[in-house]
Design a protein around this ligand. Structure first.
Ligand code: ATP
Ligand code: MG
Length: 286
């Protein structure tokens, strides 16, 4: 159990990384002329900016020397956005997400989420902040196999203690109901399909009502039907006010997104337009 708790804690501290590196190249839609004034920077005076990156770089130092995974990166994401992060394998997508979540530290620059200076928090403060403010969905679900579905969803609540003990299970069941998997609540994750497991993982990510939901290739291990259902669900959550930043190779995700940020070699290459009219304040004027 000690091992499991450690694993759980690591999981919610987001230490695991996406393990599959697909060499996937996706052709994204070009930006129509009417969106050409879109950049990755939104006007902080006229928008409710949730995520603010200024001059962020990440350099890894390994046996092969220094490697710049992200270079001098500026990005603002408004509250209520559904932002996609795309780019070829190795372009820095997961690095960007991990920096926003405070899983990794930037080598330079500043990262603020809801005004919290993520780059300068102590490890302890960072961990507490992440548990409260960020929900993370991974490609491989990363549910704890020896805990039931409901217990998996309750774990982040246990770490953050935002709700009294007696409220945690009913709350987990409500989330599972919302995600359409309440009937699986007392099973072990191994008894669920991939699509069901990912729904449970989303319920777990929402457990503490995070201001920000991050997802790293969440459809990467799902069949097309479950992938479409998950994207639909993400779209609904965003319409309800959730802010979502999702790394993906799934071209169909663009139909649900407010903006698509494309990376190349650790730099912001361009921002692509949504394919549907933007419905949230500010998302079309970035
Ligand atoms: N801990 C690390 N140490 C050294 N290099 C790293 C580390 N993590 C990532 N990198 C390198 O940084 C670059 C960006 O990695 P990242 O995982 O962000 O890419 P990605 O765009 O998410 O790729 P994929 O689509 O394959 O998941 C890659 O070249 C990778 O090898
Ligand atoms: Mg990645």
């Amino acid at each position: 159990m000690a091992h499991e708790r450690h694993f759980a804690q690591a999981s919610f501290c987001g230490r695991e990384r996406s393990m599959l590196r697909g060499d996937t190249t996706v052709q994204w839609q070009p930006v129509p002329a009417r969106y050409c004034n879109m950049t990755a920077i939104v006007d902080p005076l006229s928008h409710d900016v949730l995520i603010r990156l200024r001059g962020v770089s990440k350099t890894y130092i390994g046996a092969g020397g220094r490697f710049g995974a992200l270079s001098d990166f500026d990005l603002h994401i408004a509250r209520g956005e559904f932002a996609l992060v795309v780019g070829q394998s190795g372009s820095g997508k997961s690095t960007l997400l991990n920096l926003i979540a405070g899983i990794d530290r930037p080598s330079a620059g500043e990262i603020e989420v809801e005004g919290t200076p993520v780059h300068s928090l102590s490890e302890r403060a960072l961990s507490a902040w992440r548990g409260r403010a960020v929900g993370i969905v991974f490609q491989f679900f990363q549910l704890l196999p020896a805990l039931t579905v409901a217990e998996n969803v309750m774990l982040p609540m246990d770490f953050c203690r935002r709700w009294p003990l007696r409220e945690r299970r009913p709350r987990a069941l409500r989330l599972l109901e919302r995600l359409g998997v309440a009937d699986q609540a007392d099973k072990l994750p191994g008894a669920l399909s991939g699509g069901q497991q990912q729904r449970v993982a989303v319920a777990r990510a929402l457990a503490n009502e995070p201001a920000l939901l991050l997802a790293d290739e969440p459809t990467g291990n799902l069949d097309s039907t479950n992938a479409a259902a998950l994207l639909q669900l993400f779209g609904e959550l965003v319409r309800e006010g959730q802010t979502l930043v999702m790394v993906t190779h799934d071209r169909s995700a663009q139909a649900h997104a407010t903006r698509t940020v494309e990376l190349a070699d650790g730099r912001l290459l361009r921002v692509l337009a949504p394919t549907q009219p933007v419905t949230i304040e500010g998302a079309g004027h970035a």
